[in-house]
Design a protein around this ligand. Structure first.
Ligand SMILES: [Zn+2]
Length: 239
């Protein structure tokens, strides 16, 4: 006996920690219609494969794929929600849902009862990037003002963009903890070498910039002092 929930659970457990992207199209009975990977860390393109299916089949189907955690700022993992392309493909093909999984979260966008509405890619894409720019600016300012840390920013930026964009278009979006993951990414502590500190912080004119960089230097030095063998990596500019 298969059900959609069972199949999605099995796939999630199989792919959530992989370091290249894998995707599966599953119908509402839990049957896998195709699986795909191009063995790259990003960009599973399913347009060609969807073109072989009828619109009834696509409308009934859910696309699930993993988002490898391959980018770090210092020791901080960069987590990514459903991308602009994930959201656009989902609505443009009128799919039941699109799901992305990583070792920490499961991100889902679902068709609302009223449908996705008339999908215009240009309007959607522009809206997505406008929201993304706006949230980035706001969150960066909060970091420089000491009200947000880089970890929270890298964990939540794409999620907050996706959430706001889906809300605007009336699509059902959620992010839940991945209950199946056995790989636990630590979401605590920040250790950044000077080279890891983002350019937008180094180049900022915000008066708090020096204080912020100094706080990262101190956290870094605390780790160096506990692990003297790492001192050769010390790369903060001398004060
Ligand atoms: Zn994706």
């Amino acid at each position: 006996m298969t059900s959609l929930t069972d199949t999605l659970k099995k796939i999630t457990m199989k792919i959530d920690n992989l370091d290249v992207e894998h995707g599966y199209l599953v119908n509402s009975s839990g049957k896998i219609l195709f699986k795909t990977t191009d063995n790259k860390e990003r960009n599973v393109w399913i347009g060609d494969k969807l073109a072989n299916l009828t619109s009834n089949v696509i409308t009934d189907s859910t696309f699930i794929h993993n988002h490898p955690v391959n980018y770090f700022v210092g020791n901080i993992p960069v987590l990514s929600s459903l991308s602009v392309n994930d959201l656009a493909t989902n609505a443009a093909y009128d799919m039941n849902a699109t799901i992305a999984v990583d070792p920490v979260y499961i991100y889902t966008v679902k068709r609302p009862k009223s449908g996705y509405g008339k999908f215009v890619n240009r309007t959607f894409t522009k809206y997505y990037w406008d929201i993304s720019d706006k949230l980035q600016d706001e969150m960066k300012k909060q970091i420089l003002d000491g009200k947000l840390n880089i970890r929270e920013y890298e964990e939540n930026l794409e999620h907050l963009v996706a959430k706001q964009v889906c809300t605007h278009f009336g699509w059902i979006y959620s992010r839940t903890k991945n209950p199946y993951s056995d790989f636990k990414i630590s979401l605590k502590g920040e250790v950044l070498q000077y080279a890891d500190i983002p350019k937008w912080i180094k180049q900022s004119k915000n008066p708090n910039k020096k204080k912020l960089i100094e706080s990262y230097r101190q956290k870094f030095m605390a780790v160096m002092n506990r692990n003297p063998e790492l001192k050769e990596f010390y790369d903060y500019p001398k004060k």
